[in-house]
Design a protein around this ligand. Structure first.
Ligand code: ATP
Ligand code: MG
Length: 201
């Protein structure tokens, strides 16, 4: 049975925190592969900073190109409209019935999972892997699991070390300061952003 990690996100843009999250979970949980799933951009989306799904998909493909066990799926982009995680995991389970799915989340996502649509279905289809985004998150993850997610049937692997304290927001806000962000983003992704004039006012 293959173990497959799934990371969903806007990836606006994908950064080294996302890649290290995948590397860390792959090692710790012995995953065979990790699939990145960028969200679709809903029409009329109010977030003016959100670039098109084609750009975000392209940047994800650039960022995973040197990692043989990482890939990018356009399943949510192709579905268009709002994709719920329970639907995506249900489809993936149909496509890969023999895989054990691990839904990989940063702490911010993990701490809201019980409010997502149909959390019981999410927990039925996948084991949740949670990684703190900074050292102050660490303690909250276990208590949140015990109090909110376990009662809904979740199985979770809580990893206790942050990988890299960076967000796409930080990258977008500092896109003109390459020296500041160069250790936080793939060089080729950065060049793609510059070439396509992304994240400019
Ligand atoms: P934004 O600032 O735009 O919200 P983001 O950096 O949070 O961007 P997302 O695309 O929202 O990136 O996140 C996708 C997934 O990756 C989420 O589960 C998020 O918690 C996780 N994640 C993002 N950055 C990190 C990080 N540095 N460490 C651990 N997990 C992370
Ligand atoms: Mg985020």
């Amino acid at each position: 049975m293959r173990k497959t990690g799934i990371i969903g996100g806007t990836f606006n843009p994908i950064h080294n925190g996302h890649i290290l999250l995948a590397v860390y979970c792959k090692e710790k949980l012995n995953l065979d592969r990790v699939v990145f799933i960028p969200t679709y951009t809903p029409p009329h989306k109010s977030d003016k900073d959100l670039v098109s799904e084609v750009h975000r998909l392209n940047m994800c493909n650039i960022a995973v190109q040197n990692h043989v066990d990482f890939s990018v799926s356009d399943i949510e982009i192709k579905r268009k409209g709002k994709s719920y995680t329970f639907e995506t995991l249900t489809s993936l389970k149909e496509i890969y019935p023999h895989d054990t799915l691990y839904f990989i989340t940063g702490a911010d996502m993990f701490l809201t999972l019980e409010k997502w649509k149909n959390p019981e279905i999410i927990f039925d289809k996948a084991i949740i892997a949670a990684v703190p985004r900074n050292s102050s998150d660490c303690k909250m993850l276990s208590s949140h699991y015990k109090n909110f997610l376990k009662p809904l049937g979740a199985k979770a692997c809580i990893l206790d070390e942050p990988v890299l304290s960076v967000s796409s927001t930080f990258i977008r806000e500092n896109i003109d300061n390459y020296d500041l962000i160069k250790s936080l983003i793939d060089r080729n992704v950065y060049e793609y952003i510059v070439k396509n004039n992304l994240y400019k006012e």
